[in-house]
Design a protein around this ligand. Structure first.
Ligand code: NDP
Length: 246
């Protein structure tokens, strides 16, 4: 068990990719602090499954876009688990539309959740990691942040911003033995992509492996980046996209 005894704080852990990461981490022995926004039942179910795998797990409601709520949540997790070793900034939303019609509120909501949310949790976990001179930060970006995507200017900007955040934090914290990396998934089968018309998606035919990915396939990389096997990797962005963005 590569993560035995570690505590992982995972945002958006109730569903999709975050859920798969939480359960993969629990299988590797990590205790799970599962952050959710509104879907308490899903987060509780993930915690129950994690507990059945023999680890501690607790769900916390927190809107990651709030600096103060993120701070309170990190403090609560620290108190309950006695420490935090791994941070996964996974919570994310889309508010797609062409720039021509995109409302300012939709641009702000996506940036506030996807990019500022990650900043908030990194900021509040920072002293915990620095004090221990150890820590693993994993930010879930997207191929949209690498390639851009028409109709997703807000989302792609937030995900590209996460890459800049990842590399900056990696440089800032490398001297303290803390690693910060990003994962850039392609099309993964979750609630987020359920609304996409897979037949009519112009990118679908461009995936060399000719299928969408599964949340578990993203989670396996997260396990590697959270464990000691990746101790010499920082500031990296790794795609899990079936070759889409190569
Ligand atoms: P889902 O829509 O399935 O799940 C999103 C998760 O984020 C939910 O758990 C949700 O909580 C949580 N969340 C949303 N807003 C907030 C908020 N303000 N505060 C706290 N939690 C919040 O998404 P995916 O699993 O598909 O995506 C996970 C991450 O992966 C996202 O960052 C996404 O951008 C990224 N990604 C996904 C891809 C895909 O194809 N699916 C491709 C590339 C990147 P709740 O359950 O309580 O609503």
């Amino acid at each position: 068990m590569s993560l035995k005894g570690k505590t992982a704080l995972i945002t958006g852990a109730g569903r999709g990719i975050g859920r798969a990461i939480a359960l993969a981490f629990a299988k590797e022995g990590a205790n799970i602090a599962a952050i959710y926004a509104g879907n308490a039942q899903a987060a509780q179910e993930v915690c129950q499954q994690a507990i059945q795998l023999g680890v501690q797990a607790k769900a916390y409601q927190c809107d990651v876009s709030s600096f103060d709520l993120a701070k309170q949540t990190v403090q609560a997790v620290q108190k309950d688990f006695g420490g935090i070793d791994i941070l996964v900034n996974n919570a994310g939303i889309t508010r797609d539309g062409l720039v021509y019609t995109m409302k300012e509120a939709d641009f702000n909501a996506v940036l506030d959740t996807n990019l500022k949310g990650a900043f908030h949790f990194i900021k509040h976990c920072y002293p915990i990691f620095v004090k221990k001179r150890a820590g693993k930060i994993i930010n879930i970006s997207s191929v949209s942040g690498l390639m851009g995507n028409g109709g997703q200017a807000n989302y792609a900007a937030s995900k590209a911003g996460l890459i800049g955040l990842t590399k900056s934090v990696a440089r800032e914290l490398a001297g303290r033995g803390i690693c910060c990396n990003a994962i850039a998934p392609g099309f993964i089968e979750t609630d987020m992509t359920a609304a996409i018309d897979k037949e009519d998606n112009p990118l679908a035919g461009l995936i060399p492996l000719r299928r969408m990915g599964k949340p578990e396939e993203v989670a396996q990389l997260a396990v590697f980046l959270a464990g000691s096997g990746s101790d010499y990797i920082t500031g990296e962005v790794i795609r899990v996209d079936g070759g889409l963005a190569m």
